[in-house]
Design a protein around this ligand. Structure first.
Ligand SMILES: C[S@@+](CC[C@H](N)C(=O)[O-])C[C@H]1O[C@@H](n2cnc3c(N)ncnc32)[C@H](O)[C@@H]1O
Ligand SMILES: Nc1nc2[nH]cc(C(=O)O)c2c(=O)[nH]1
Ligand code: SF4
Ligand SMILES: [Mg+2]
Length: 190
């Protein structure tokens, strides 16, 4: 498997914000979002056993599989191996690929982009909020337990402040949505 990085931090985003977690970032993506905040092209080849061994070097039970787009490489057997050592597996995905047959991820966070979502079931819908003009009605038919609105980080403090204010206003007037801050950037951890 092509692994960009494995690191230990706090889940910075969404429903599990603040939870200590081991991040497995797979390399490569089928999309190239203009705002993407992640370098995911470099990689080390690792076996499933290598990945589980490195994950187990950290004390947390929570594992976040991300990327890049992790569904391009994820296997049911990697998830089974993580479960076998007692881990809880969350995935961060753009939703454009199905999960592999028989893959029993514990929590699916889907952050749709400019391509249709093909997943039949998700736990959390995490929308990147850029402007009040964006079409939010496209998510009306998507069922989830949690609806998270995440202000887009555009690396311009004044613009970020406007996006944040607009996102807060959107949540207040559409209370199905809750604000998801990228808290790792605020507290300066990975
Ligand atoms: C780097 S992506 C990797 C997983 C997957 N490819 C996806 O897009 O969901 C991880 C999360 O970061 C979010 N994200 C990426 N760039 C962002 C930015 N500039 N501001 C806010 N969220 C961002 C994505 O929407 C996604 O929820
Ligand atoms: N701390 C921290 N939390 C995160 N939650 C999702 C992330 C991601 O890049 O998928 C991420 C990340 O890169 N760092
Ligand atoms: S889908 Fe995710 S990883 Fe891929 S470019 Fe977009 S934000 Fe980045
Ligand atoms: Mg990130």
């Amino acid at each position: 498997m092509r692994v960009n990085e494995i690191f230990y931090s706090l889940q910075g985003e969404g429903y599990f914000t603040g939870t200590p977690a081991v991040f497995v970032r797979f390399s490569g993506c089928n999309l190239s979002c203009s705002f993407c905040d992640t370098e995911h092209t470099t990689f080390t080849e690792m076996s499933e056993e290598d990945i589980v061994r490195e994950v187990c070097a950290y004390p947390a039970a929570h594992v976040v599989i991300t990327g890049g787009e992790p569904t391009m490489q994820l296997t049911a057997s990697l998830v089974d191996r993580l479960h076998a050592v007692g881990k809880y597996v969350q995935i961060e995905t753009n939703g454009t690929y199905p999960l592999p047959e028989g893959c029993r991820v514990d929590w699916i966070t889907c952050s749709p982009k400019y391509r249709p979502v093909v997943l039949m079931h998700i736990d959390e819908l995490k929308v990147v909020f850029q402007t009040p003009e964006q079409d939010m009605s496209q998510y009306d038919g998507m069922e989830a337990q949690v609806y998270s609105l995440q202000p887009c980080d555009v690396n311009d403090d004044r613009r970020n402040a406007v996006i944040l204010k607009d996102a807060v206003e959107y949540c207040l007037s559409h209370p199905k949505w809750r604000l998801s801050l990228q808290t790792h950037k605020i507290i300066n951890v990975r």
